[in-house]
Design a protein around this ligand. Sequence first.
Ligand code: FES
Length: 147
Amino acid sequence: MYTEKVMDHFMHPRNVGEIENASGVGTVGNAKCGDIMRIYLDIDENQIVRDAKFKTFGCGAAIATSSMATEMIIGKTVQEALEVTNKAVMEALGGLPPVKVHCSLLAEEAVHAALWDYAQKNGIVIEGLKPPVDDVDEVEERDKACE
Ligand code: FES
């Protein structure tokens, strides 16, 4: 059911933890399963993601996708980090079962929420970045769409 890569990132997640005085922090939740994910970003003066850490209170797929997502955004500019989609993360993991696709969305949304926090704190506009979804109705609509 799960690829070796998913299992590897689930059993040995990379970048678990917190960043003190992070440049941006994003917390998102999935109303349906109750899982929560928080991503911390350390962004340097050239708008490059120097470090990323995560904490996930969630399922194995959520852990594996946050692990892979943090790996994929470290070293990238904020604009490039924004373009790391849940699809790209899933591909890097060799795929996820269809019922677990929404878990990868959580990772994407957490990265976006952290980028939003960074942009707000610094008065920066990251092109194409939308405010994080914090309206439960919107979350529910999104979840219905993934079913
Ligand atoms: Fe909730 Fe995977 S089941 S994030």
